[in-house]
Design a protein around this ligand. Sequence first.
Ligand code: 3HC
Length: 303
Amino acid sequence: AAFSTSSAAAAIKNVTVVGGGLMGAGIVQVAAQSGYKVTMVDVSPDSLDKGRKIISSSLARVAKKKHADDQAAQKAFVDKVFDNIATSTDAAAAAASADLVIEAIVENLATKQKLFAALDTAAPAHTIFASNTSSLPIGDIASATKRGDRFGGLHFFNPVPQMKLVEIIRTKDTSDSTFAALTDFTKALSKSPVSCKDTPGFIVNRLLVPYMLEAVRLVERGEATKEDVDLAMKLGAGYPMGPFELMDYVGLDTVKFITDGWYEGGVGLKGEKLVEPSETINELVKNKALGRKSGKGFYDYSK
Ligand code: 3HC
């Protein structure tokens, strides 16, 4: 069926998510849980398999909570979600039947532009494109397509199934109906949307990254230990994790990537002390201490 752009909000049924990593798989899961037909796309059967495993283990947690001791009901729940999930290694083919395409691939502008340029030819006119980027300007990614009006940012948080927020980013070209469709979609996932202009870090990372960097500098200055900083922010400010635990959770490579990008050229942040790269983080990343995923970061997770 052909949908007009203005009815796009009501028309989102099929969703394609490109990228089956932690964020992509999480988005696939919550969309499938909410009844959308979702196609998860990645470059190889192997990466798709990894994506499915991320979804399985997260769904197992959700199922356990929903149906405490009823294993049959847990299985039925998980099966029902997986019934809504297809997988593909062909992004263009998947986009051809999508009402919404969400991209969650590597944080590289040229790679994202190349993907979206190809999807722009493959997808129907009504299809809305969204990027889950946390550090690149949405407008720069959208410029690779001819559908700037049907393009926006849809920024989820890790762990996607648990975190209730989605930042919806409007560029100067994003149309009202696209914004409305992205807002409705977010609400249909039982998440709360906030909107932000196309600025470095949007709301959450714009505040969180300087906070994390200042925590590192505080410890570098010898004012407190990282353990005490973490405890202080948990018990004194109500954060679920302290800044060092959070950096390990997010990944120090990711923190470094975002920081470097802003310091070198982020609009309004270039050369700012606030986002000056941290030698401590650089050193950890150089030694492959990336946080939880590598078994070691600020803390040791190997045991
Ligand atoms: N899938 C499904 N559910 C999950 C989950 C997952 N992957 N991970 C955690 N949960 C659920 C648990 O089942 C549990 O549910 P319940 O409270 O209903 O029983 C709940 O989350 C809490 O989990 P745990 O009890 O296992 O552990 P914690 O209480 O320590 O919570 C946490 C873990 C939810 C990760 C919490 O510590 C937290 O919120 N931390 C901060 C996370 C954060 O700030 N994320 C944003 C990072 S920035 C970002 O993502 C942006 C990017 O662009 C860089």
